[in-house]
Design a protein around this ligand. Structure first.
Ligand code: HEM
Length: 466
């Protein structure tokens, strides 16, 4: 590990607000965030002050400090009412990331309230987690089936060899289909939901309205399933905690949709990318059939939740070379911590390689990704990646890796597109005929096939699906 310039915080450790902060989100950060983390670490040590769209926060860069922030719940709070700048009215009212932080759900709760909300999700997810339960079996079969159908659609439209964007034509529709199935969504939830989740997480200019739309869609879904319970996560959450109002459940579904759609989708894309760009250890684990290890290695190289949500200091405390004041916001960076971890692993002082399970791709501590969700996320990623390489005899990137376009945002490290040239290894999987006119029942109920038809129109720019 590098020696940091200060062995202890300076006696007159400055307040965050008084420091001249550098904006984090620059074109350099989009292209090469690792270079930015490295520079901040050299300049400030394990914790650096940065500006996020004009608001100063601490970015936690080193593995040890990131773990401390994630694990020490009594010092690092999630409830945004601890945030001093917010309490004092110093945040710009149109600050793009605020809308997401104002949605009060499990992630932004502490202690008993948090444990209870997590428990509800865990119980509701459990049937889908177990491969031997009917729900778990059905979901597993559905994920593999959707993946095959999407490859079939691709082959029907572009041939058994050709060009594809594995983002728009595979990963995004796949995760929408899985969400539709798991949440028990009516078909009208579509690509616009995914885009709204992007807008919220990336803090675009319309992040506020996008958050409102996604939240409203999830609240409608909660009301729909209260009236018509089914074999889905939404209904199971109501069964576990019947006191949940539609608004509360809508907020929980909203947050789960972020993880299930956007984060899981990005884990699929980042894993595909590591294989396609020739990451030797990722490829080796894939060809050995160790898909869990493939996902761990890809998460270590490129975690989709690059910078985790804020924690707020409960009391003044030393962190890195600074004194963080009560109410300051800190963002633990998994991506920077992995850089640090890999540097420790490569050090001759340590010798052996770092265990891939030490990655923070799932977070750590009381707010880490719940075990049932991790299992589900891992299953989806492994299936999605596995089916691509099962069907593709050849696949290569059509752009050099350093020219791939990345989303610009503080939280997610995700590709906008993943363009490949492919060749199928065998006959294409068959594609079910879309039901052009869905029966009234199906139109308001879970209908992944109807969704597939809609997605085909989306993917192929209005060409009539066959
Ligand atoms: C490969 C896919 C996934 C990855 C990489 C991932 C990653 C993460 C990370 C890093 C966190 C912690 C964030 C923080 O501390 O700020 C988290 C929390 C969470 N994840 Fe996942 N996740 C994945 C899939 C899922 C799925 C499929 C679901 C639900 C169906 C889910 C539900 C949640 C929930 C509810 C939390 C908040 C837990 C809390 O605050 O107590 N995740 N996830």
């Amino acid at each position: 590990m590098e020696a940091h310039p200060y062995p202890a915080e300076p006696a007159d450790s400055p307040w965050l607000e008084s420091l001249p902060v550098q904006p984090l989100l620059t074109s350099e950060f989009d292209a090469d965030p690792g270079a930015v983390y490295g520079r901040l670490r050299r300049q400030y040590g394990p914790v650096a002050p940065v500006g996020l769209m004009g608001v100063p926060v601490w970015l936690v860069l080193d593995y040890r400090e990131v773990l401390e922030v994630l694990r020490n719940e009594s010092q690092w709070r999630r409830d945004i009412r601890y945030w001093r700048a917010r309490a004092e009215g110093r945040l710009p009212h149109d600050w793009p990331l605020l809308a997401g932080y104002e949605v009060r759900q499990t992630m932004f709760m502490d202690e008993e309230e948090h444990r209870a909300a997590r428990g509800t999700l865990h119980s509701a997810l459990r049937p889908f987690q177990e491969a031997r339960s009917p729900q778990g079996w059905e979901l597993r079969a559905a994920v593999a089936g959707y993946a095959d159908e999407l490859v079939g659609v691709l082959a029907a439209e572009s041939g058994t060899a050709g060009f594809a964007d594995l983002g728009a034509q595979y990963t995004r529709p796949l995760l929408l289909m899985v969400t539709t199935k798991l949440f028990g969504c009516p078909v009208e939830l579509g690509d616009e939901l995914v885009m709204d989740l992007w807008r919220m997480l990336d803090g675009g200019p319309d992040a506020g309205p996008a958050t409102g739309r996604a939240l409203a869609a999830m609240t409608r879904l909660a009301a729909h399933r209260r009236a018509r319970p089914g074999d889905d996560l939404t209904s199971y959450m109501l069964l576990t905690d019947p006191k949940l109002t539609d608004e509360q459940l809508g907020r929980e579904l909203f947050m789960n949709a972020v993880y299930l759609n956007d984060i899981t989708g990005n884990m699929v894309m980042n894993t595909l990318l590591e294989v396609l760009r020739g990451n030797a250890t990722v490829r080796r684990s894939l060809s050995a059939g160790q898909l869990g290890e493939t996902v761990n290695r890809a998460a270590l190289a490129n975690p989709p939740v690059a910078n985790m949500c804020f924690r707020f200091a409960a009391r003044d405390v030393r962190l890195g070379n600074f004194r963080v004041r009560a109410g300051d916001a800190v963002s633990p960076s998994a991506a920077a911590a992995h850089q640090d971890l890999l540097a420790i692993g490569a050090s001759p002082m340590v010798g052996s390689a770092v265990s891939t399970r030490a990655h923070l791709g799932w977070g750590a501590g009381p707010h880490q990704c719940p075990s049932a969700a991790r299992e589900l996320g891992g299953l989806i990623v492994a299936t999605a990646v596995g089916r691509v390489f099962e069907h593709f005899g050849r696949a290569e990137l059509t752009l050099p890796p350093d020219q791939l376009p990345w989303r610009a945002g503080p939280v997610v490290r995700g590709l906008k597109v993943l363009p490949v040239r492919y060749e199928l290894s065998g006959p294409p999987p068959s594609v079910p005929r879309p039901r052009e006119a869905a029966a009234p029942e199906a139109a308001t109920d879970t209908n992944a096939r109807g969704l597939l038809a809609a997605l085909r129109r989306l993917m192929f720019g209005g060409k009539k699906a066959t």
